[in-house]
Write a protein that binds this ligand. Structure first.
Ligand code: S5P
Length: 274
């Protein structure tokens, strides 16, 4: 597609949303389209993994609700690592409720996600009101939202007209919706209203693994080449492929895997724009 042939730098120069622009600039500056998903429950392990993979990642994805003994000092550490290693933060909250409720979940409670997470995501299932609810909190802060247009899991219901309507919803809210969690590009999906031809949705793709085809709970993995070169996605999201099961991580091997996925993801991008 038109967007898939452009460089991250070209897209960064044109993007109007501050979070999307910052992500594209970070990708270009670090030559990394790797997002590491840090799904561990222990605070120290969480920070150790991020400190180790930070230099190789454009984005760190969190599930802060799984962390034991969470408090906002953990977020301060995360923000220090974000500055030190030059990555953005993506809390993978998968909001899915009415506008009023998601606005409260995004701004308040224990986690105060909007105050520190550059990017978050939502299921389109409630319809457009989920976007306006989240935008009321996130837009004034310069945040960006991804809609889950597809999922990586076996038997996912996010297909066909559901995916098409997710794309239509995003098109109507391009100031805040910066792209999709999906398995492929979305330009050709839904009803295009892109008369100025300036639509640029980022495609962040989970379900990426080089050594495994899936797990015992429905996850399905593809390679960076399949995801970025063949399916045209922009960012690979890798979790266990980098740190295994967690629990007593081997820093050297985590670093090696992060570097490996970063190199594979970047080579797959270079093959795409060539
Ligand atoms: O469709 C999806 C959407 C997401 S955000 N499939 C996913 O796996 N994810 C998330 O990506 C999931 O919640 C997890 O945090 C990460 C994949 O982790 P891995 O260990 O399987 O690479």
């Amino acid at each position: 597609s038109r967007i898939a042939a452009q460089t991250y730098a070209q897209r960064a120069a044109k993007h109007a949303n501050p979070a999307a622009k910052a992500l594209l600039e970070t990708i270009e500056r670090k030559q990394s389209n790797l997002c590491v998903s840090v799904d561990v429950t222990d605070r120290d392990e969480f920070l150790d993994i991020i400190d180790t993979v930070g230099p190789y990642a454009c984005l760190i994805k969190t599930h802060v609700d799984i962390i034991e003994h969470f408090d906002l000092s953990l977020i301060e550490r995360l923000q220090e690592l974000s500055s030190a290693h030059d990555f953005l933060i993506f809390e993978d909250r998968k909001f899915a409720d009415i506008g009023n409720t998601v606005a409260l979940q995004y701004s308040s409670g224990v986690h105060k996600i909007a105050s520190w997470s550059h990017i978050t995501n939502a299921h389109p299932v409630p319809g457009p009101s989920i976007i306006s609810g989240l935008a009321s909190v996130g837009k004034p802060l310069g945040r960006g939202l991804l809609l889950l247009a597809e999922m990586s899991t076996k038997g996912s219901l996010a297909t066909g007209s559901y995916t098409e309507e997710a794309v239509n919803m995003a098109r109507a809210h391009r100031d805040f919706v910066i792209g999709f969690i999906a398995q492929r590009r979305m330009e050709a999906v839904g009803t295009s209203t892109d008369t100025n031809n300036d639509e640029d949705f980022l495609i962040l793709s989970p379900g990426v693994g080089l050594d495994s085809k899936g797990d015992a709970m429905g996850q399905q993995y593809r390679t960076p080449k399949e995801v970025v070169t063949e399916s045209g996605c922009d960012v690979i999201i890798v979790g266990r492929g980098i740190y295994g099961k967690g629990g007593n991580i081997d820093v050297q091997s985590v670093q090696k895997q992060a570097e490996r996925y970063r190199n594979e993801g970047w080579a797959a991008y270079q093959a795409r724009i060539r």
